[in-house]
Design a protein around this ligand. Structure first.
Ligand code: BZD
Length: 829
């Protein structure tokens, strides 16, 4: 029979003419076929968007081929697999990234040229997949790229939201949110798996039944929804390995509600069925207001239940004994969002597979690892017990049992220290009882990870102090990284070519440590010349975009100074804006001679504010109000411009970051768990102006204090400064610029009052006033360096040369070796 199957496979393979061919002629044929038969346009008449669609489908075919091969190879090899569970992935665009990772970029460019199209123009047709909020979600995307490139047998699991992160539209300087219906024009990068479906249950009751003389808990659910898989191939670079990101969509279950149909309420039953789909409808913006919302909890459980059914099914196909689970499966919790997995796996093992509780718990504790992206305890996720009990009654029982056992063990270890016991309990007592998802995750995970060295210190000393004292061996840090494939090769092709030329190899694309080789050329004037040209080309691209978006013309000789990230008080965009007002005020008061010495700047700010975050929205409005004043002041001209880039997302980042000279990372020390934007700027030869927060501390370790502009209170000083509160001294300049805003110099006096109040002496939690003086000094140092082009160039080159450590390849290798214990499984070519 095996021989027969082999012969059949061989015949099919020969019918298909072997693997897809990648020479330009074959690519053209494929693209035209897709124009005609997939997009269903005439091959004599199609526009750029249709060409993009056909092109994407031909790339997708090639992805599918490798994705199949990888899957078959891994299935046959049976290595330990990693499942990366995350409710958010910010993938951005896929086309350029895919053809680069497939290694057929030049062939495609040539094929398209011969058809009369330009690859770059078609790539611009693609919209972003924005299934996430910010740093955490983009980190997941970078890590998927590294997992594939390093040949790890890994899958990502997530939710296929129909609406991604809201689109930001600015009207009169105010942010408005619009839905992001990203699937409107189809999505060639996903493969719908109509046969990969699971039922996910909600509500109902728990009953006790007698089975062979033993009492068993059985959940009798009240509602069933179906999860359908959508697979998104993720190609590695320089390898055939292509891994899978499986996203779940909710569909009405096929189980008919006979009762309703029989009572004649046909229309209502159909309408009710459609409600199921709302589960995966929309991504929650990160504003904490989702806490305690039933739909959010439903999303989490829907995701967890479908993923675990899929994972357990695959495990059982190859293995017969659950004792093997920890040797074959690693489950990673990307923040607490998927942590209901812990209760769900216990339910599966105990209620469905009939393992004893202790055995099941032992297995669970060996498979889970956890990374937290949060710093402050108030940011940790909680779920009201009432809500959980009604939606998932059996899971609540399980959580109580986990907690009871944990508390008993804890009492043996620490005695009857009730304060500490109550702090560590998974169940928070109080007017509203809550489940603390972080405590649950820590108790069940074998490893708890911070995302930078400093973050881990904070976790140990503050956020999870009690747990650290109990289980110091669980706590690790893996400093975040970003993928150089997306953040240099895709987004900055001219820099990519320059690096490869001077290193004499493209090997750095798989091994970013090789970037240190650029240090050998740091004083070479030919190299400088080319480096300067690259930056100029990228600045031109950015300047064109700025003019198109805002109508503001900017000078390429100016320093492009960028702060792009989510708008948050702790990220202190307000500090930046107040600094800009100060700069404006200074220039206004200068005489002609002094003005000649001013370093011209284009200040660029971008980022979204969570829809319910009023203060963040006021910061956006203030930015626009100040920009209007400055940009229309003919007395200022090119000496200073301020632009707000609307709807900041991954593809906008790919344009903005390569064009930046200076980038700002201003979080109050101790508030940014890591920060990953800074790493993307470094990779693009942009200098940093930053506080000693998150991963910046390690960036300094890597390239020295001389290579960036550091300012602000250190993390050890922050608590003490806050204690001082009202007696803190703030610089006169700070009081002056704040007064300008208060007095209505930029209009909207009443509207900005509450914003100004947040940084008034005694109220200034994020210490803008205290840090303002040293911020201005750092800005002055940046100006000084900018007018010494040789010095700036050296710093820029050394930034790229030192960025290798901040590749997500390094992060993923650390996770693989120290946490997941997985080995590469490279599919033969
Ligand atoms: O995670 C961020 C941190 O703030 C950054 O310091 C860090 O670099 C990145 C990656 O580790 N956290 C988030 O992005 N968090 C969220 O987006 C989020 C989403 C939903 C709910 C809560 C937080």
């Amino acid at each position: 029979a095996v021989g027969e199957r082999g012969a059949k496979a061989e015949r099919m393979f020969s019918l298909m003419d072997g693997f897809l061919k990648n020479d330009p002629l074959s690519l053209q044929k494929d693209i035209l076929n897709h124009v005609e038969y997939t997009v269903a346009r005439s091959r004599f008449s199609f526009d750029d968007f249709e060409a993009y669609q056909a092109l994407s489908h031909s790339v997708r075919d090639r992805l599918i081929e490798r994705w199949h091969d990888t899957h078959i190879y891994v299935k046959r090899t049976k290595p330990k697999r990693l499942y990366f569970l995350s409710l958010e992935f910010l993938m951005g665009r896929s086309l350029s990234n895919s053809v680069i990772n497939l290694g057929i970029q030049d062939q495609y460019a040539e094929a398209l040229n011969q058809l009369g199209f330009e690859f770059e123009v078609l790539a611009e047709q693609e919209g972003d997949a924005a299934l996430g909020n910010g740093g955490l979600a983009r980190l997941s995307a970078c890590q998927m790229d590294s997992l594939a490139t390093l040949d790890y047998p890994a899958w990502g699991y997530g939710l296929r939201y129909e609406y991604g992160l809201f689109r930001q539209v600015i009207v009169d300087g105010f942010q408005h949110e619009q839905p992001d219906y990203w699937l409107n024009f189809g999505n060639p990068w996903e493969i719908e798996r109509i046969h990969v479906t699971y039922e996910v249950k909600f509500y109902g009751t728990v009953e006790e039944v007698d089975m062979n003389g033993e009492k068993h808990k059985v959940w009798v659910p009240g509602e069933t929804v179906e999860a359908v898989a959508y697979d998104n191939p993720i190609p590695g670079y320089g390898t055939r390995n292509t891994i899978n990101l499986r996203l779940w969509a909710a569909k009405p279950s096929n189980q008919f509600d006979l009762e309703a149909y029989n009572t004649g309420d046909y229309i209502n039953s159909v309408v009710n069925r459609q409600r199921a789909e709302t589960i995966s409808n929309v991504l929650y913006p990160d504003d904490r207001s989702h806490q305690g919302k039933e739909l959010r909890l439903k999303q989490q459980y829907f995701f967890v239940s479908a993923s675990l059914q899929d994972i357990i099914r695959r495990f059982k196909e190859a293995h017969s004994n659950f004792d093997e689970l920890p040797d074959k499966v690693a489950l990673h919790l990307n923040d607490t969002h998927p942590s209901l997995s812990i209760a769900e796996i216990m339910r599966i093992l105990v209620d469905e597979e009939h393992l004893g509780w202790n055995k099941a718990w032992d297995i669970a504790c060996k498979v889970f690892s956890f990374t937290t992206h949060t710093v402050v305890a108030e940011g940790l996720e909680k779920i009201p017990v009432d809500l959980l009990g009604s939606l998932l009654p059996r899971h609540l029982q399980i959580l109580y049992e986990i907690n009871f056992n944990f508390m008993e063990e804890l009492k043996k270890r620490i005695g009857l220290d009730y304060n500490r016991l109550s702090r560590m309990s998974i169940v928070e007592e109080g007017a509203v009882k809550n489940i603390r998802m972080a405590n649950l995750s820590i108790v069940c995970s074998h490893t708890v990870n911070g995302v930078s060295k400093l973050h881990l210190d904070t976790l140990k000393m503050r956020t999870f102090k009690d747990f650290y004292e109990l289980w110091p061996e669980k706590f690790q840090f893996k400093t975040n990284g970003v993928t150089q494939r997306r953040w240099i090769v895709v987004s900055n092709p001219s820099l990519c070519a320059l690096i490869s030329k001077w290193l004499g190899t493209e090997a750095w694309i798989r091994n970013a440590d090789l970037l240190t080789g650029l240090r050998d050329h740091v004083d070479n004037t030919d190299f400088h010349q080319e480096w300067r040209m690259v930056k100029k080309v990228n600045k031109m691209r950015l300047a064109e975009y700025i003019e198109a978006m805002s109508g503001v013309k900017v000078s390429l000789d100016a320093m492009f100074d960028v702060q792009v990230k989510r708008i948050h008080e702790y990220k202190r965009q307000l500090l930046n804006i107040l600094g800009i007002i100060h700069r404006y005020d200074c220039i206004k008061n200068m005489d002609k001679n002094d003005r000649k010495k001013v370093v011209p700047r284009v200040c660029i700010i971008g980022g979204k504010a969570a829809p319910g975050y009023e203060i963040a929205k006021k910061i956006i409005k203030l930015c626009h109000a100040v920009a209007e004043k400055i940009n229309n002041d003919t007395d200022i001209g090119d000496l200073l411009k301020l632009v707000f880039i609307p709807d900041y997302n991954v593809s906008v980042a790919e344009l903005v970051i390569p064009g930046a000279d200076l980038s700002q990372h201003l979080s109050t020390a101790g508030h940014e768990a890591s920060g990953t934007g800074s790493m993307k700027f470094l990779m693009n030869g942009c200098l940093l102006l930053a506080t000693a927060d998150g991963s910046t501390v390690e960036i300094i370790e890597e390239m020295g204090l001389d290579n960036l502009f550091l300012f602000g209170a250190k993390v050890q000083e922050v608590a003490e400064l806050r204690e001082k509160g009202p007696t803190l001294k703030v610089p006169l300049q700070f009081a002056r610029v704040l007064r300008m805003v208060r007095d209505g110099y930029f209009g909207h006096k009443d509207y900005f009052k509450s914003l100004c109040d947040t940084v008034e002496i005694g109220n200034d939690f994020y210490l803008l006033g205290h840090d303002f003086g040293s911020y201005l000094e750092a800005q002055a140092a940046a100006d000084k360096a900018f007018v010494e082009p040789e010095k700036w160039m050296r710093m820029s080159i050394l930034s790229v040369a030192g960025s290798g450590r901040f590749s997500s390849d390094r992060t993923i290798q650390e996770y693989a070796e120290r946490t997941w214990k997985i080995d590469p499984c490279r599919c033969p070519l």
